[in-house]
Design a protein around this ligand. Structure first.
Ligand SMILES: [Zn+2]
Length: 1006
């Protein structure tokens, strides 16, 4: 979301569903600010930004004007920013000083109307003279090239390319638009831009009168919501475009300028409707749902939702709702939990379910009278009725057994590699550090250990013992579990003996020469030890499993992947052993987290299913050394042990009639059609949910999604976290294009693409991604007939301006790029499973990392602004041509930091940053020395700030590479915009890719 200021001359489209009244979303403002031209506004239809303050607006279901039966009691008002970013709340996202640099995409440039917001509607003082300028686009656009007027802080638009010497400085002087000579010879303004410019839709030509003077009243713009899609209709052409002309022709026509291509900034999610949950919990790829399957087919892109039910954050505290003795109130037919969108009727004695429309009796102990607007008088005290996110305390009926205690069973490889690399020692130390936190979580915490090489070693940890008692089992074909009761013990009671084990285990295997690994039998034995409780099974593996069930062989040989038709088989499990055991684990509430260090190959494709089907996670530290990975591993393991964890969880997403959840993407096991079994989950994990049409056509123009996660807390409470959201249902595909959440769509499609690579050839997986993009852009082009006449221009909805880049970057990520041998298969698998459990923001960061030029950063970068936030330097385009041998560049992909130092970098800069010893080698996690000079202080502040903002589940190790040294090749995969080596599949540059997309979009068939 680009925080666009409230702009004069904006004609927003009408609210969803208000097809019978020429009403627009600016009614929100009309209520408060008496906009001109609103005389025909129907009374009582105020869909205000805050419904509860809207008085009469309470029972004014503006979305349901033709379906009052299904109207929510209080209209789920489109928060104004949800609708094309044109109002005050969207503005709130932008930092004041970044306002002028905010990309005035969308509404600003779609400036054709004549309405002017009263100055009082401005959330910040702004000279009036600026308004037409903004509307003209003169202030708009990305501040590529320079930092603009002061470095735009977070929340402002993206500011790319301090190093981009050729980029025009400043934002002034950029004019949108071009005069186009139609056949008749009369110049007419067209929504086109100056060569190479990215523009908001409808940018004005230079010298054209300001929009107010165009004299077109808003109604004459002819947004005709009821009209069916037809090429001839008079609707607002609503698009952005890119010049892709080759340039340099005889006519001197300027060609494309890659400096102006869209690139991500600090993009915000599209807000959900009022009273819905925050988008960080449930984020739709498209903020509206198509009313029928044919609309969905035309739209071509997936309709889905990324759910992260336990997403952490301080800004939203999820409140707990309490019910009387009759328990949690739910719809008796579809089992939807009570939520802000149910409608109370009959004086409060009944409520109509918002999902299935069934009238339900209100339980006696939940009854409350209604006020004149039909709203319960106790609404303020009822979090379940005034917030889209809430927790319920579950009663006995939600338990099939007493709530389980937190349980951690560690399965440790003690073979030669594990011991020699320091992996075992670091694991034991980290567990020891976390014991305090584990004990603090709950006094019921259980803990147990098993070690293995060519045999299995069990440890009795009874509190009455002073030392752990070790038993060795050599029987691998049918492993058994000696003294099953003493293996998983209470941490508090056995703390002393557990600590004795952690001290002893490190030294016991110091001299080992054992290279064997009975990993499969070890997991089978651990399963037996913990199946009566469930919990987390943490496996630490250092090599390819060689003994017993589940032993693997190295199948990563050239012959296997030389056959192009079978190349993908290497990315699937070799047999069903690990899937079978993970299904059993899931059934017994066991979640497997896998930490592996083997390099170059440990058949992760076979092992990863252990984490996938049990809702766990996969951490891969190939070629583990303490210097390189020690701190990273410690932090990531500690986070796993110490974070909030939800145990024995199940998750279900319900949706209104007409829709159904048809598929999922992520780490889980599907039980009974649509129930996700998650033996353990936490706030770091996200799931993709695919939405399809049901047999029945949706009958309402607002639909609902509800995600419910039932889990056991560390304290032993059974709780249900419920998120509910309202989503408009539309019949107009233009509405769908407008409502695309580019970030969510990019992440969702990347998830699907990488998942697909496990079962099809890489080339096919990439083409599948590409074909969706082409299909949707082609459909969009058909809608915008006028624009589509522009030759050499790729047109796209403004909401999707970053989607081509995200899809392009997805095809170049480690999971999808090149041919079978271009990325080690273990690295691909680690990347695939990372994508499939990561949050949207993390995925977008992996797709298009941030790169900062440290040698030329503005002087305020690395210092704090007035809000005590560290100001980061402007981002640099990820292209080799932007890399200067006199420079130092820092890359952040959300997983690691890479600092590249040019050959000709000022030695004083190097000295200031690294001290007399100079830069460290590329195989250590660099700790920058704490020098008191300006460069050192600012760079350290930047590194610390990037780390603080990264996912808590990750430590971003800092690798330093020097130009000309072999390690510098680590930088190249991040330069995604470059053309790759000629012999690598799909290695186009960003410009090549856009041209290819444009060509396919323009081709009549295919
Ligand atoms: Zn229902």
């Amino acid at each position: 979301m680009y925080g666009a200021p409230p702009i004069a001359g904006t004609v927003p489209p009408p609210p969803y569903g208000a097809r019978t009244a020429p009403l627009n979303a600016h009614d929100a403002h009309a209520d408060a600010h008496a906009l001109p031209g609103d005389a025909q506004r129907a009374p009582g239809r105020g869909a205000s930004g805050n419904v509860r303050d809207a008085g009469a607006g309470f029972n004014a279901p503006s979305f349901a004007s033709n379906a009052p039966m299904n109207a929510p009691p209080r209209a789920p008002a489109m928060s104004s920013s949800a609708h094309n970013a044109n109002a005050a709340s969207s503005f709130a996202h932008a930092h004041p000083s970044g306002a002028s640099a905010s990309a005035a995409y969308g509404s600003a440039a779609r400036s054709v109307g004549a309405q002017t917001l009263a100055p009082s509607t401005m959330p910040m003082p702004m000279p009036m003279g600026m308004i037409p300028a903004v509307a003209n686009g003169a202030q708009a656009g990305y501040a590529y090239g320079v930092a603009g007027q002061g470095t735009p802080p977070r929340g402002a638009a993206s500011a790319y390319g301090a190093a981009a010497a050729g980029t025009p400085p400043g934002v002034g002087g950029r004019a949108y638009g071009a005069l186009v000579m139609p056949p008749g010879g009369v110049p007419m303004p067209m929504p086109m831009m100056a060569p190479g410019m990215i523009s908001g839709p409808g940018g004005m030509p230079p010298g054209a009168p300001p929009p107010q003077a165009m004299g077109a009243p808003p109604q004459a713009m002819g947004y005709q919501p009821a009209a069916p899609y037809a090429p001839s209709m008079n609707f607002v052409e609503d698009f952005a475009s890119l010049n892709l002309a080759p340039g340099g022709g005889p006519g001197g026509e300027p060609g494309m300028d890659p400096a102006t291509f869209p690139r991500p900034g600090d993009d915000q999610p599209r807000p959900n409707l009022e009273l819905s949950c925050d988008p960080k919990y449930m984020r739709l790829t498209c903020g509206v749902l198509p009313a029928n399957p044919s609309l969905k087919t035309r739209f071509a892109m997936p309709i889905g939702c990324i759910v992260q039910p336990l997403c952490p954050g301080d800004e939203h505290v999820v409140q707990t709702a309490h019910f009387g003795s009759s328990g949690i109130v739910r719809c008796r037919r579809c089992r939807t939990y009570i939520n802000p969108f149910v409608q109370f009727t009959d004086g409060g004695r009944r409520f109509r379910c918002n999902v299935c429309a069934l009238p339900n009796e209100v339980p006696v102990d939940y009854f409350c009278t209604l006020d004149a607007n039909g709203v319960r008088r106790d609404i303020a005290e009822r979090p379940e009725l005034n917030s889209g996110s809430v927790e319920f305390l579950a009663s006995q009926e939600y338990m099939v057994r007493p709530p389980m205690p937190p349980a951690y069973f560690f399965v440790l490889d003690v073979s030669h590699t594990s011991v020699n690399s320091g992996f075992l020692k670091k694991t034991l130390e980290t567990i020891r550090i976390s014991l305090g936190a584990l004990e603090k979580k709950s006094d019921r915490t259980l803990i147990g250990f098993l070690t293995y090489d060519s045999t299995l070693h069990f440890y009795s940890l009874k509190p009455t013992q002073s030392q752990p008692q070790m038993m060795v089992v050599a029987e691998l074909d049918d492993p058994f579990c000696p003294m099953p009761d003493d293996l998983l013990v209470n941490l508090t009671e056995s703390r002393a003996v557990i600590e004795a084990f952690l001290d002893m285990a490190g030294s016991s295997f110091l001299q080992t020469q054992n290279m064997e690994s009975a990993m499969g039998p070890a997991i089978q034995a651990a399963f037996m030890a913990m199946q009566h409780v469930g919990g987390k099974l943490l496996v630490f593996q250092s090599c390819l499993p060689t003994l017993g069930a589940g032993r693997l062989v190295n199948r990563d040989d050239a012959r296997a992947s030389a056959d192009a038709t079978r190349e993908h088989l290497l990315r699937g499990p070799v047999d069903g052993f690990f899937k079978k055991i993970s299904a059993e684990c899931s059934r017994q509430q066991i979640c497997i987290d896998l930490y592996t260090i083997a390099a170059p190959y440990s058949d992760l494709a076979s092992l990863a299913v252990l984490s996938k089907y049990t809702g766990g996670e996969l951490h891969h530290y190939p070629g583990f050394t303490l210097e390189k990975d020690g701190f990273k591993f410690e932090k990531e393991l500690r986070n796993n042990l110490e974070r909030f964890t939800a145990w024995e969880a199940v998750c279900r997403v319900r949706c209104s009639r007409g829709f159904r959840i048809c598929a999922f993407n992520g780490h889980f096991f599907i039980r009974s059609m649509d129930l996700l079994a998650l033996p353990a989950t936490d706030g770091d994990k996200a799931y993709g949910v695919h939405i399809a049409h049901d047999e029945v056509v949706p009958s309402t123009n607002i639909s609902y999604l509800q995600c419910a996660l039932l889990y056991t807390s560390a304290e032993g409470e059974r709780r249900i976290r419920v998120h509910t959201m309202a989503v408009p249902v539309v019949t107009d595909i233009a509405e769908m294009y407008r409502a695309v959440d580019g970030g969510a769509m990019g992440a969702f499609m990347a998830r699907l693409g990488v998942e697909r690579s496990l079962t099809v050839r890489l080339q096919d997986a990439r083409e599948a991604v590409m074909s969706k993009l082409v299909a949707t852009l082609r459909e969009f082009k058909l809608l915008n007939t006028q624009a589509s006449r522009a030759f050499n221009r790729l047109i796209f909805p403004d909401s999707m301006k970053l989607l081509p880049l995200f899809m392009f970057a997805a095809c170049k990520c480690a999971a999808l790029r090149g041919g079978a041998r271009d990325v080690p298969v273990d690295q691909r698998i680690a990347s695939v499973f990372d994508f499939m459990s990561a949050s949207t923001d993390e995925i977008l960061k992996m797709l298009y990392p941030s790169m900062y030029a440290l040698h030329s950063m503005p002087k305020e970068s690395g210092t704090k602004d007035e809000y005590d936030r560290v100001m980061l330097p402007p981002r640099t385009v990820l292209a080799g041509e932007r890399i200067d041998a006199r420079g130092a560049y820092l890359v952040d992909d959300g997983r690691r930091l890479l600092l590249w130092l040019g050959k000709m970098l000022d030695p004083n800069f190097v000295g200031a940053l690294f001290g007399p010893r100079g830069p460290p080698s590329a195989d250590v996690d660099c700790v920058l020395p704490e020098s008191e000079n300006d460069v050192s202080k600012r760079v350290r502040a930047i590194v610390d700030d990037i780390r603080a903002r990264a996912s808590r589940a990750r430590h971003l190790a800092l690798t330093v590479v020097i130009q000309g040294h072999p390690s510098e090749t680590q930088l190249f995969p991040y330069l995604v915009e470059d053309r790759g080596a000629a012999n690598v599949d799909g290695a186009a540059s960003y410009a090549d890719f856009l041209v290819a997309v444009h060509r396919q979009v323009s081709s009549p068939t295919r």
